[in-house]
Design a protein around this ligand. Structure first.
Ligand SMILES: *Cc1c(COP(=O)(O)O)cnc(C)c1O
Length: 362
C-alpha cells in the first residue's frame, strides 16, 4: 500500500512513472536487459536521453538560445560550479539571500570571487519569512551574475515574480520549484535544479543554460567543471546517471500526458489554496509564519500552538496514511511539500484532516 507522501526531497514520484519503470525494469524494450545496463553510447539509452531533453524543451518552452544539461553533484555542486565558471578573485556577483540554500551558495562563491549580499530578508532570529521586494535590491551593474533561490524549501517562501536585474545574467537555484509552471527562460543566464524534488530521483541535476553565457565561462578550470564541456558533448562527456535520467524522462512524459505545465500550475495553485485555506480558517490554531505575498506554492509551512501538538499532528497524520510532514530541523513546526507528484486529492485529504484535528485537539 502506498502512502500519501509529503516528503520535502527526495520526494514522492508520480505512480505512472514508477509503474512504467517497474514494467521495463528487467527487459527494456525487448533488449533483454534493464536500461541501466545499457551503454550510455548505445542507441537504446541515447533515445531516452534525447527524449528527456526534447520533452523538457517542449514543456518549458526553452528557446534555441538555451541548452539543457544533465549534471551530477546536486544543487550543492552548482553552488560551487557557478562561481568557479564565472568569477575571478577580482569580480563580484550579487546574491539575493532568502534562506539556508542561498547562504550555502553565497559561502561557496567566496572561494572564487567577491560575492555581495545585494538583498537579504534575514531576521534577528536568523529565519526568513519573505523574499525581497524589487525596491530592496542593491544591485551592481558590473556583477558577473545575480543569484537567487526561486523557492525556499525550508522556510516556505517563493519568488512569485522574478526581479528585474537589468542586463546582468540571472542565475537561479530552482531545486524545489522547477517545472511547477511555465516561466520565461530567456530571462535566465542559468537555471539549476536537483531532480529529487519536483521531477525525479536524486542523482541528476538539471541545468538550463544560456549558451552565450556559459561560453564566457573560465577556460582555466578543470575541463570537467566547465559547463561548455558538457554542453559540447550533449551531457555525454562522461557516463551520465542513466537510470535517473530515464526516470526523469518518465516523469516528463507523464506531465505532458496530463496537459503540461499549464495543468501542473492549475493543480499546484489548487493544492496551495486548499492548504492555506485550512490554515487561514483555523488561524487561532495554525500559525503560518510566511508573509502572504511570499507564500510558497510548493512547501507550506505552519506551526501548531505547542511542540506537543506539532508532534501529535505528525503522528496522527501518519496513522491516517500521510507521511513527511515534520518541519525542517532549523524551522520546526509542520512542512507540507506539495510537489507535482502530490495530487489535489492527496492535499484535500490533508486539509480535511487539518480541520478535524482542530475540532478534536484545538
Ligand atoms: C534541496 C535543495 C538544495 C540541495 O540540493 P542537493 O541536490 O542535495 O545538493 C539546494 N537548493 C534548494 C532550493 C533545495 O531545495
Amino acid at each position: 500500500m502506498r502512502v500519501i507522501n509529503f516528503n520535502p526531497g527526495p520526494a514522492g514520484l508520480p505512480l505512472p512513472a514508477l509503474e512504467r519503470a517497474r514494467d521495463e525494469l528487467l527487459d527494456f524494450q525487448g533488449s533483454g536487459m534493464s536500461v541501466m545496463e545499457h551503454s550510455h553510447r548505445g542507441k537504446e539509452y541515447e533515445a531516452v536521453h534525447d527524449e528527456a531533453i526534447s520533452l523538457l524543451t517542449e514543456l518549458l518552452g526553452i528557446p534555441a538560445t538555451h541548452q539543457v544539461l544533465f549534471l551530477t553533484g546536486g544543487a550543492s555542486q552548482q553552488f560551487a560550479q557557478v562561481p568557479m565558471n564565472f568569477l575571478t578573485p577580482d569580480t563580484g556577483a550579487d546574491y539575493l539571500m532568502t534562506g539556508v540554500w542561498s547562504e550555502k551558495a553565497f559561502e561557496e562563491a567566496k572561494y572564487y570571487g567577491k560575492p555581495r549580499v545585494a538583498a537579504t530578508t534575514v531576521q534577528p532570529d536568523k529565519h526568513y519569512t519573505r523574499v525581497p521586494r524589487q525596491d530592496e535590491l542593491k544591485l551592481d551593474a558590473k556583477a558577473a551574475y545575480v543569484h537567487l533561490t526561486s523557492n525556499n524549501t525550508i522556510y516556505g517562501t517563493q519568488w512569485h515574480t522574478f526581479p528585474d536585474v537589468g542586463n546582468v545574467p540571472l542565475v537561479a537555484d530552482m531545486s524545489s520549484d522547477f517545472l511547477w509552471k511555465r516561466i520565461d527562460v530567456s530571462r535566465f543566464g542559468l537555471i539549476y535544479a536537483g531532480a529529487q524534488k519536483n521531477l525525479g530521483p536524486s542523482g541528476v541535476t538539471l541545468v538550463v543554460a544560456d549558451k552565450a553565457f556559459i561560453a564566457r565561462g573560465r577556460k582555466d578550470i578543470p575541463k570537467f567543471f566547465r559547463y561548455t564541456t558538457h554542453a559540447e558533448n550533449n551531457s555525454l562527456y562522461n557516463t551520465p546517471p542513466t537510470f535517473a535520467i530515464y526516470l526523469v524522462r518518465n516523469v516528463l512524459a507523464w506531465m505532458k500526458g496530463l496537459g503540461g505545465l499549464e495543468q501542473m500550475e492549475r493543480q499546484n495553485r489548487e493544492k496551495a489554496a486548499l492548504l492555506y485555506g485550512a490554515i487561514d480558517r483555523n488561524s487561532g490554531f495554525y500559525r503560518a509564519p510566511v508573509e502572504r505575498e511570499s507564500r510558497s506554492v510548493m512547501n507550506v509551512v505552519f506551526h501548531l500552538p505547542s511542540e506537543e501538538l506539532n508532534a501529535a499532528f505528525v503522528a496522527e497524520a501518519k496513522k491516517a496514511g500521510m507521511v513527511g510532514l515534520k518541519g525542517h530541523r532549523t524551522a520546526g513546526g509542520i512542512r507540507v511539500s506539495t510537489y507535482n507528484a502530490v495530487t489535489v486529492e492527496n492535499v484535500r485529504t490533508l486539509a480535511t484532516f487539518m480541520d478535524h484535528f482542530v475540532k478534536t485537539r484545538g
